[in-house]
Design a protein around this ligand. Structure first.
Ligand code: UD1
Ligand code: CA
Length: 462
């Protein structure tokens, strides 16, 4: 088996992004472009990866920690110069083939990479450039073929004459090289062009001059070559992927009557007959079951939702919702929350790191934090689990079928037994036994005629 590695070019400043971060950290649908490129490379079975960093290198190095080797390019002298920085990595690794990728072309995919490799090895090419035919080739290097349609050179936009500029087959920036030949060709690149840069693309004409066989592999997926140099292009790529993902879910049985403000991360799973309403954002690792209504204005992050649930104006992070739950409007589920079957959480309810048993109802203005709540429990309006004493967090335990009166404060750690009641307005500091009623509030006194005697008010002016 041949040993292959990938070198990803990510040193550029991305001046037109006007960012304090390296360009390749810009996100397409919640994922940095570099992560999308790395994902495609891994999916193609390549794990030996060297990323060439430059502008804000430390940010990228920290981000890539453990997922790729990095080398720094101290000065940005062109794509050829960038690859030269990885020469030791390639030489010392003893690789057969090297895949070069641009870190700012996030739609490169594993099929294109592996199909191009087959084309490269079957034809025994020393270099195989992944090309694409696109409507607007402006800005890209053009693929030059001779009369016999053989690939002979790449000409950059800045060096292209009018006729060359009309060519719409372009260099994606992704290419396979035979490792030894790459190392040798790198040494022959000159910077004698209008930009004074070492162009990696010059390797083609150098190889052709030496009568070495080179090829251009035209990608079927023309989007695989798209890159983002500006925020406007970033938005265009986002929109492409956003609509592609939405269409995929629609085709699998998800209803999205209006796609406005709907952003679904590409790894989300959504069951058939679920309806996604406007303003719904599903970030990283969300699984939604069948026959749910999600949205409007619902943001879920690493959250799992079962079947037949309604989530109306819900924000949830790292939470699990089982089946038949009815949540919202205005519910916040924070990490570590498990909402059981048929639970209802209503207006302005926050649940954090708590388990809520099935058929429990938490209807309004309640905070449940660090608690284990049984099934069939009813929370009145305005209940607070007082889980933090300024130093440490403590848990509340509430048994099955308990009834927590309005405005109860449960001072953790405290247990309320099965079927127990707490009177409205109680501050519960001691455990409540099963079947008991706890009243923890001052008994009411009425002072007759107190107002008449004291006259505590200012005289009214109207
Ligand atoms: C490059 C190609 C062009 C191709 C296009 C595809 C060259 C000379 N041109 O042009 O043929 O059509 O990509 O998108 O290769 N980088 C470094 N160090 C540098 C310069 C660049 O790491 O010194 C990195 C950038 O961060 C970027 C990648 O290399 O990820 C491509 O560089 P960029 O300047 O964007 O090249 P293009 O002008 O787009
Ligand atoms: Ca580019």
């Amino acid at each position: 088996m041949a040993r292959n590695c990938a070198v990803i070019l990510a040193g550029g400043e991305g001046t037109r992004m006007h960012s304090q971060k390296p360009k390749v950290m810009a996100e397409i649908l919640f994922r940095p472009m570099i992560d999308r490129v790395l994902g495609a490379v891994n999916k193609a079975g390549i794990y030996d990866i060297c990323v060439v960093t430059g502008y804000k290198a430390e940010i990228l190095e920290a981000h890539l920690e453990g997922r790729a080797a990095t080398v720094r390019q101290a000065q940005r002298l062109g794509t050829g110069h960038a690859v030269m920085q990885a020469a030791d990595y390639i030489r010392e690794g003893g690789f057969d083939n090297v895949l070069i990728l641009n870190g700012d072309a996030p739609f490169i995919d594993a099929f294109t990479i592996t199909d191009a490799l087959k084309y490269h090895t079957n034809n025994r090419f020393v270099q195989t450039v992944i090309s694409a035919k696109i409507d607007d080739p402006y800005g890209y290097g053009r693929i030059i073929r001779n009369k016999s349609y053989n690939f002979v050179a790449i000409v950059e936009e800045a060096s292209a004459d009018a006729e060359t500029k009309r060519i719409n087959e372009i260099n994606s920036g992704a290419m396979w090289f035979q490792a030894d030949t790459l190392l040798r060709l790198l040494g022959q690149i000159r910077n004698d062009n209008s930009k004074g840069e070492y162009y990696l693309t010059d390797t083609v004409s150098i190889a052709v001059k030496e009568n070495l066989p080179v090829g251009a592999f035209t990608a079927e997926n023309a989007n695989a070559v798209l890159g983002a140099n500006t925020r406007v292009q970033l938005n265009e790529l986002n929109e492409l992927l956003r609509m592609k993902t939405i269409r995929r879910h629609m085709e699998a049985g998800v209803s999205i009557p209006c796609t406005d403000g709907v952003l679904i991360d590409d790894d989300a799973e959504i069951g058939a007959d679920t309806v996604i309403l406007p303003g719904t954002i599903l970030k990283a690792d969300c699984r939604i079951g069948e026959n749910c209504v999600i949205g409007p204005n619902t943001v879920l992050y690493k959250t799992t939702v079962g079947d037949n649930c309604v989530l109306n104006q819900v924000q949830a992070e790292e939470a699990t919702v089982k089946n038949d739950a009815n949540l919202g409007p205005f519910v916040h589920l924070r990490p570590g929350t498990v909402i059981g079957d048929s639970v209802h959480c209503g207006n302005f309810v926050e649940v954090k790191n708590s388990v809520i048993g099935e058929h429990t109802s938490v209807s309004h203005l309640t905070y449940v934090g660090d608690s284990d709540v049984g099934s069939g429990v009813n929370f009145g309006c305005g209940v607070v689990t007082v889980n933090f004493n300024g130093k440490s967090k403590n848990r509340c335990v509430i048994g099955d079928d308990a009834f927590i009166g309005c405005n109860t404060n449960l001072i953790a750690p405290v247990k309320v037994g099965d079927r127990a009641y707490t009177a409205a307005g109680s501050t519960i500091t001691e455990d409540v036994p099963a079947d008991a009623l706890a009243i923890a509030r001052q008994r009411q006194q009425n002072k007759e005629r107190w107002v008449v005697r004291k006259k505590p008010y200012r005289p009214k002016k109207y």
